[in-house]
Design a protein around this ligand. Sequence first.
Ligand code: ZN
Ligand code: ZN
Length: 197
Amino acid sequence: MTDTNPNHVTCPQKRRTGGRRKNLSKWRSHKLWKDLVEAHAHAPDAECVYCLKHHNELRKNKFVYLTINHKSRRLYESEELHSTWNPELMEICCTVCNRQIEKGRIPCPVCHNVYISVFDADRMCRKCFYDANPKLKEIHDHRMELIKISQKNAKDAAKKKEKERLKPLIEAKKAKDKAFRATLKKGAKSKGIGKVK
Ligand SMILES: [Zn+2]
Ligand SMILES: [Zn+2]
């Protein structure tokens, strides 16, 4: 069982995290924070700085929720720092982008739809990159075509091999069935049933 009581945590780092989480949930229940979110993230013209979506806009059948992202850990030092608008160290961000950013991913700055690594040297998603580089797209498409053909060939060869493997088994089964039918016929003849004379 996990011990969730912060007083029982002996590691100072963990104790600090536990204390900060406790503060955070307290601050976020206060009017000061709620008013800040309403005024900045839920204003009619507010949009996520990364994916440009608005609050309550639909994305893949889910409503976008805009919130305020703290760009510096220093803002967690006091409620005043945490809940007072600071355009230098705060940004409007949707919860999806917020989660992705924590993982080191941002939306493609061109289409704003696909998340890419912040370390991606192309600085955009693959589709947007190839749209912007038609020469490279041609090479890419050609390579894809070759891969498709070789995959189809491999599939056909596997199918043929399987058919060849099954062929003697099917033949043997057919022969066995034929022999069985012949025995039945023979048996019927010797008992005098079958053909009417
Ligand atoms: Zn977003
Ligand atoms: Zn893109």
